[in-house]
Design a protein around this ligand. Structure first.
Ligand SMILES: C[S@@+](CC[C@H](N)C(=O)[O-])C[C@H]1O[C@@H](n2cnc3c(N)ncnc32)[C@H](O)[C@@H]1O
Length: 212
């Protein structure tokens, strides 16, 4: 797949019609693959803002599972200079490219993100933040671990993961984060979302960061 380096996207200014089209596309894919889409509706603006807040002043961000761009919209609005989105559903990738001209959108499986990001603005090991829109709750433990390992591979030392979830707890099997030398902190809870969602920040635990 050719990976050119397009211009930075301009801040979004989407019409109601575009928003409605994106939502309709979301439901079409949801009907086809509910487990993969793993949400009953696109994230709300309030949730997207909470995620963008947890991203902070990052310069290089990878978003995994961009969907129809609900979180992407808030990330682009932040003016992050280097932003790349990975999404597995081809129709969502097309939609993201239409909604955000100039944004680097890579089609593929987030489990192989390091390979997919070769030659992009944010190659593996350089991301300040990985934003994960991937549904984790319903995945088996080994798959959760594979995806978390894939996210860690993308981060620069000291970088962090931002994950949202429809749970009060981090959506990983019991003990998995500790086993991987990670710790999570709940940054907030958004009731204005269907369903309500929490935003978590995940970092390498201090002890394991010191020996890494
Ligand atoms: C819960 S939806 C979130 C969509 C969007 N970020 C939002 O907040 O509205 C999860 C998204 O991740 C995508 N996805 C699921 N598994 C994936 C994988 N292994 N690699 C890349 N994308 C994946 C789905 O197609 C879907 O668009």
């Amino acid at each position: 797949m050719a990976k050119s380096k397009p211009r930075l996207p301009s801040p979004p200014n989407h019409s109601d019609r575009e928003e409605k089209e994106a939502t309709a596309q979301f439901y079409r894919e949801w009907l086809r693959k509910p487990m993969s889409v793993a949400a009953v509706s696109p994230s709300s603006k309030r949730l997207a803002e909470a995620v963008a807040m947890a991203v902070g002043k990052a310069q290089s961000v990878v978003e995994l599972g961009g969907g129809t761009g609900a979180l992407t919209d808030a990330l682009v609005a932040r003016g992050i200079p280097n932003l790349v989105v990975v999404e597995s559903v081809p129709a969502f990738c097309e939609l993201l490219r239409r909604r955000f001209p100039g944004l680097e959108v890579i089609e593929g499986d987030a489990a192989h993100a390091a390979k997919l990001l070769e030659g992009t603005r944010v190659p593996a090991g350089t991301a300040d933040v990985v934003v994960s829109g991937l549904g984790m709750l319903t995945r088996p433990r080994d798959e959760q671990q594979r995806l978390l390992e894939a996210m860690l591979e993308l981060l620069r030392p000291g970088g962090h993961i931002v994950q949202f979830t429809y749970s009060l707890f981090f959506p990983a099997a019991r003990g998995l984060l500790a086993e991987m030398g990670l710790e999570s902190r709940r940054e907030g809870m958004t009731w204005i979302n269907l369903p309500p969602a929490s935003v978590f920040v995940v970092r390498r635990a201090e002890k394991s960061a010191a020996v890494a």
